[in-house]
Design a protein around this ligand. Structure first.
Ligand code: GLC
Ligand code: MG
Length: 427
């Protein structure tokens, strides 16, 4: 990844369904806690990698449904597709490597002879992945039979059973673990092997992530039987792997703390929005806190008290301008004044704000140019904009605290976001 000039401090490689994303929590609390932690303390020098069984189609669908961050690298279709950055540029070298000893046609031909197998939807059939559903009690026998037949036909395949229902057939060199090993190798040749790597998963297709040398690993508390069994049989005494007591993304945060990989207190867990300690002030954590207060103001989770508006106002320069995504321009102070009448307008509703991909560049002795995405989830609707802001961070007279001031904020709708309800977008 070109974004980082030095080795990543931490590379998190996380599965999505039932690991980063908790499908049993309509409030999405653990992923939102993770997001705030990542943006405030890790984004600037670390790498976020999502590694999912989903095809690009279902991955993009999940991103529209859940409050997810944008990863630096996306590994999809059970480690058969690796893409980079926002544009999701595919890794052609990986595709070439997977073509060895693989013939999709032979796989579909032979597997069609097994009535126990039900083909998954068309979107989940990929160039290097053929996927079925199969009952738990039949999985073992079918797996053995298929690998024997395909072996006889000259193919070297990997068969993975996940979630007690999904059966994936991939080239032997594919899989989430192999994709990670490939990335590690690539980073190493560039002299950018991450200082620490933490892998996170819950099901069968995640197992091989935990066998990559030198990684830390967390099986979230809600991990599936097949992953826990793999662990007992293969990695029981590895102190670098834990079975968290917390579900999903909360388990990831727990692991960061357990292995001492860096800060593990999410800004969402704090209710103290008073002056920031000097050593902690960075454009990132200032921004994360600012939007957290805005969310809590609209959800009526802070008191309806002038103090909050005053503190937000104090964060904004009196001559500062906000360019709203609609194109309207107003002074930052007027924008804050406008929030007054919106206290609690999202009370008791599904409403969340999270910031994503904060990128700050120092452009003066105490001035930063900061670019980030701001997302809002309101009911089922998700919309987002790109913010470009100038932030000033100064030590105050007593030098025990630092003061951060927004000088200017310019917002533009994210692609596909502008057509929705623009009137509720306040800031
Ligand atoms: C995801 C994919 C599916 C795959 C499963 C397990 O659900 O959509 O095709 O079988 O992960 O890897
Ligand atoms: Mg999963």
């Amino acid at each position: 990844m070109d974004r980082l000039k030095a080795p990543a401090r931490l590379m998190i490689v996380s599965d999505l369904d039932h690991t980063m994303v908790d499908h049993h929590d309509p409030e999405n609390m653990s992923i939102l806690r993770f997001n705030a932690l990542w943006e405030a303390h890790y984004r600037h020098d670390s790498l976020l990698v999502f590694s999912t069984g989903r095809s690009p189609t279902l991955y993009k669908q999940l991103r529209k449904e859940k409050p997810m961050l944008t990863p630096d690298i996306t590994i999809m279709s059970v480690g058969t597709e690796i893409t980079y950055g926002n544009k999701m540029v595919p890794d052609d070298g990986w595709v070439e490597f997977l073509n060895k000893k693989w013939d999709r046609k032979i796989v579909t031909e032979e597997t069609s002879k097994f009535p126990e197998l039900t083909l998954q939807s068309e979107t989940e059939q990929r160039p290097h992945k053929v996927s079925f559903y199969v009952d738990k009690d039949k999985a073992q026998n079918v797996t053995t039979a298929i690998s024997e037949i395909l072996g006889k036909r000259g193919l070297d395949v990997k068969i993975i059973y996940s979630g007690g229902m999904d059966l994936d057939i991939l080239p032997q060199g594919a899989g989430k673990g192999q994709a990670l090993a490939y990335l590690h190798k690539k980073f190493k040749t560039e002299g950018k092997l991450p200082t620490n790597t933490l892998v996170c998963g819950d099901s069968g297709n995640d197992a091989e992530l935990f066998s990559i040398p030198d990684v830390y690993g967390v099986m979230v508390s809600n991990a599936q039987e097949e992953l826990l069994r793999w662990h007992t049989e293969n990695a029981k005494n590895n102190p670098k792997i834990i079975h968290a007591t917390e579900r999903c993304a909360a388990g990831i945060i727990q692991a960061i703390g357990h292995f001492k990989l860096g800060p593990n207190t999410s800004p969402r867990d704090s209710s103290d929005f008073s002056n920031h300690e000097l050593e902690n002030v960075s454009p990132s954590n200032v921004l994360v806190k600012f939007f957290l207060i805005l969310e809590r103001w609209r959800r009526a989770e802070v008191e309806n008290c002038e103090m909050y508006l005053a503190s937000m106002k104090a964060d904004c320069d009196s001559t500062g301008i906000l360019v709203h995504p609609s194109g309207a321009e107003l002074s930052l102070h007027d924008a804050i004044n406008g929030l007054k009448s919106h206290y609690g307008d999202k009370q008791g509703k599904l409403f969340r704000i999270w910031v994503d991909q904060i990128l700050s560049t120092k452009i003066g002795s105490d001035t930063w140019l900061v670019k980030f995405k701001q997302w809002e989830l309101s009911g089922e609707e998700q919309q987002g904009c790109v913010n470009t802001a100038i932030i000033n961070i100064k030590n105050s007279a007593d030098s025990a605290v630092a003061v951060a001031t927004y000088m200017h904020i310019h917002q533009t709708w994210l692609e596909g976001s502008g057509a929705k309800d623009q009137s509720t977008w306040l800031f």
